[in-house]
Design a protein around this ligand. Structure first.
Ligand code: NDP
Length: 259
């Protein structure tokens, strides 16, 4: 098959957790532009429905919104069930939902610690397990976990031990699932973004210059990324273009991790 045709996602079905806004919305848009039908798994259902309507209108694809808290194994099972019910299969899962809490390690509460680990790590596993069972039956699938450069380096100057630990764990979970599920023809990779301008980071870029100026000074490209700059890598990893890539860590960080 010719190279560019391998990126075609027509007829494929992709789930994006936390896909109503931010990086999830940008990746859902890229996959929809490549032709994939889109399932948005979200706790913010009204915003997810708005995003889904826009994707249908702009890209002419089909969408489904499923209310899903990724920390709930029952919700993850329901997500897989509703997706198969609507579309008959699942080709791609993008585990994107995630949060960050900036509290010093000596002050972080058990509730804060568990919340971050539950959403960022356990949520990735529960959704991968529920969808992975479907993909094992199908004997095909691509799972893309959104970790972070914070799984490879420690950000400065803000304290975020829980976030960094959760993202490092997502990277190793990615490799573990890639090893276990290669025999089922399921590929599992992770994208490790650097600082990207989203609802999560925009307030800091606008109001906390002592942090964001330091961040920018440490990025060789001297700027944060725009969410649509993850579009190319997510379509690559979701599609047949990456048919020999599994267990990989793909940094998209303006060069942050080279220094
Ligand atoms: P946003 O906060 O903009 O978007 C995250 C989305 O996930 C929100 O819609 C949020 O809903 C939803 N969400 C939160 N908790 C849950 C849950 N339990 N179940 C389902 N959905 C949930 O974040 P970003 O787009 O910035 O980040 C997306 C991912 O990318 C995260 O994993 C993040 O760690 C990672 N990342 C982000 C970087 C950045 O610079 N922005 C850099 C590197 C990695 P609600 O708003 O209602 O809480």
């Amino acid at each position: 098959m010719k190279t560019l045709r391998k990126f075609d996602m027509s007829g494929k079905v992709s789930i994006i957790t936390g896909g109503a806004q931010g990086l999830g919305k940008a990746m859902a848009t890229a996959l929809a532009e490549a032709g994939s039908d889109i399932v948005i798994a979200e706790i913010n259902v009204p915003l997810a429905q708005e995003t889904a309507r826009r994707l249908e209108a702009d890209c002419g694809i089909r969408t489904l919104v499923v209310r899903c808290d990724v920390t709930s194994p029952a919700d993850a099972e329901q997500l897989a069930k509703e997706t198969v019910g609507a579309f008959g299969k699942i080709d791609v899962l993008v585990n994107n939902a995630g949060i960050c809490i900036n509290t010093k390690a000596e002050s972080v509460t058990p509730e804060e610690w568990l919340k971050v680990i539950n959403i960022n790590l356990n949520g990735v596993f529960f959704c991968s397990q529920a969808v992975g069972r479907v993909m094992i039956e199908q004997k095909s699938g691509s799972i893309i976990n959104i970790s972070s450069m914070s799984g490879l380096i420690v950000n400065t100057p803000q304290p975020q031990a829980s976030y960094n630990a959760s993202k490092a764990a997502v990277i190793h979970l990615t490799k573990s699932l890639a090893a276990e599920w290669a025999e089922h023809r399921i590929r599992v990779n992770t994208i490790a973004p650097g600082y990207m301008l989203t609802e999560m980071t925009r307030p800091t870029f606008e109001n906390r210059k002592e942090w964001s100026d330091r961040w920018t000074s440490l990025i060789p490209m001297s700027r944060p990324g725009n969410p649509d700059e993850l579009g190319g890598i997510v379509v690559y990893l979701a599609s047949d273009a990456s048919s020999y890539a599994t267990g990989g860590v793909f940094t998209v960080d303006g060069g942050y991790t080279v220094w």
